[in-house]
Design a protein around this ligand. Structure first.
Ligand code: HEM
Length: 507
């Protein structure tokens, strides 16, 4: 028998085994009655390619429209859209652990796998990592850093003036929101911007690396086992470039601060707090500090940029909303930069930010969790067995018509306000508002809710109000749609605007 024939027979044998295994899974799984795309029932390659396509949130919306509130996205993966399961899956006990998807976010240094607050699946590791740093992320602590955000807003506007207002050039506000958000979180973290605004470009390549890392995370995360053979390959890692330069930058800040004793003057930054914590608890190593600093940068910049861009885009796309916002801002007689406290009591502006987070949340995939012992009992009598990956996609849950109304697909900040014209009573409004808030997954929910929510909100509320008070802005082409890429974080581009100083205020 020729060698070729043996090889072909072996290949045929393997193929047959694979087909038998797929059929076995298909017919024996307790999930077989859950509807979903045909190929998704056999293999995770279906969701791998869907995510690779760049708009999985649209696919998930369509599938739920077609099949209802429970949809199978993989042999062992179920997407749920009914808000009544939100507090079950994302409860504060944390017994629905994160799935292996998140392990793709671990980093590998030498042969060591380094977990972080976001990526860990373990409640014990999570509590230990969070305990010493949690207090720095509370709104009260974040507000102490407001002057650092003001400084960055001033720097941002100086660049907008010089590069666009004075020259009349079109501004790629999507890029500038990204430069601002990386610089502002670096300013709050170690009182030193990353320098993107000064350079007006990705001079270190970190932004490009971050995009590649997210593309990898989102896609490979659909089949996490692949990560062991790619980025975490023991012989030769194959994957996106690492965040080495960001880590080096963070390490430099720690070393310099330790040498100089304290940050030069004025407002303490987060690094000051972290170093104090290390003094009290010497078990906290420099590596722990650097890890916490990197999380700020890599989890906090792209996400906030996404909400900043979306807020500007939606307002400029909707002239009626724009006009009403300007009326509210002008009548409030606010000094600039607007304080966080002043921005939060502007009802229409607050409604715009809530609506922006609802219609286009910054995270666009399932927030995957593992069903614990006992299974997940559905109201139709079915039970999703323990070990199944379940999750909700904020883009799907936020479209629930029972909670958000028949017009849930459109951008309408008014839904967050009392409908006085239609005679809505205050009690009814409060009940409707609470329900909408309870269904809001913009920052996740439960034990693993976003650590940086207060930081993000402070930046967004201040920056957007001050931006609209200071500048007249319009889309360069009002008919052009932005470009959206969903790589776990939602990355928008192609938002070109015309920008001029307003006559009434000067920041
Ligand atoms: C508008 C901006 C932001 C959005 C939309 C956002 C969204 C989210 C979401 C949806 C989660 C939950 C993920 C899950 O359950 O799978 C999350 C977790 C997390 N976020 Fe944010 N985030 C934002 C800003 C920030 C900032 C500024 C920081 C840090 C400074 C941050 C740090 C984290 C961390 C560390 C986690 C993991 C928490 C845990 O697992 O316990 N985020 N974020």
């Amino acid at each position: 028998m020729s060698l070729l024939l043996v090889a072909l027979q072996s290949l045929g044998g393997l193929l047959l085994l694979a087909i038998i295994q797929l059929l076995w899974t298909y017919f024996t799984t307790p999930l077989k009655n859950i509807p979903g795309p045909f190929f998704a029932k056999f293999t995770n390659l279906w969701r791998f390619f869907d995510t690779y396509g760049g708009r999985p949130e649209l696919t998930h919306q369509l599938l739920h429209k077609k099949h209802g509130s429970v949809v199978r996205l993989g042999p062992n993966v179920v997407s749920i859209s009914d808000p009544k399961y939100l507090r079950v899956i994302y409860n504060t006990r944390g017994d629905y652990l994160k799935s292996d998807f998140y392990t793709v976010n671990d980093t590998k240094v030498g042969s060591q796998i380094i977990k972080n607050v976001f990526s860990t699946l373990s409640n014990e590791f999570h509590s230990a990592a969070l305990r010493p740093i949690q207090k720095f992320y509370k709104m009260s602590a974040v507000l102490a850093q407001e002057p650092l955000v003001d400084d960055t807003i001033h720097a941002f506007f100086k660049h907008l003036d010089e590069r666009f207002v004075d020259t009349g050039k079109t501004c790629k506000i999507d890029e500038w929101m990204l430069f601002f958000s990386w610089d502002v979180i670096a300013q709050m973290t170690f009182k030193r911007p990353m320098g993107f605004m000064d350079e007006g470009r990705d001079h270190t390549g970190i932004l490009h690396t971050a995009n590649q890392a997210l593309d990898y995370f989102a896609t490979i995360g659909q089949i996490p086992a692949l990560d062991h053979w790619l980025a975490k390959n023991p012989v030769r890692p194959i994957g996106p470039p690492s965040f080495d330069s960001a880590a080096v930058f963070c390490a430099q800040q720690v070393m310099e601060r330790k040498q100089s004793g304290s940050n030069a003057s004025g407002t303490p930054d987060m690094l000051d707090g972290f170093l104090e914590m290390q003094k009290v608890n010497p078990a906290v190593t420099d590596m722990d500090l650097i890890g916490a600093l990197i999380i700020n940068i890599v989890a906090g910049a792209d996400t906030t940029a996404s909400l900043l861009r979306a807020s500007v885009y939606h307002v400029l796309k909707n002239p009626r909303v724009h006009k009403r916002l300007m009326e509210e801002l002008d009548s409030s007689k606010l000094a600039t930069p607007v304080t966080y406290a002043a921005a939060t009591v502007l009802p229409y502006f607050d409604a715009i930010i809530r609506e922006t987070g609802r219609i286009g949340p910054g995270v666009g995939l399932l927030l995957e969790r593992i069903v614990p012992e006992g299974g997940l009992a559905l109201s139709d009598g079915n039970v999703i067995p323990a070990g199944t990956i379940v999750g909700m996609n904020p883009y799907v849950v936020h479209q629930d018509k029972e909670v958000y109304g028949e017009d849930a697909a459109s951008f309408n900040p008014d839904r967050w306000l009392r409908d006085v014209e239609s005679g809505e009573e205050e009690n009814d409004f409060q009940a409707r508002f609470s329900r909408m808030k309870a269904t809001d997954l913009t920052f996740g929910a439960g034990k693993r809710i976003c650590l940086g929510k207060s930081i993000a909100l402070m930046q967004v509320y201040k920056a957007i109000t001050t931006l609209f008070l200071t500048y007249d802005m319009s889309l360069a082409d009002p008919n052009k749609e932005w470009h959206v890429q969903n790589s776990w974080f939602i990355r928008q581009s192609d938002i070109d605007i015309k920008i001029q100083r307003r006559k009434v205020t000067k920041a």
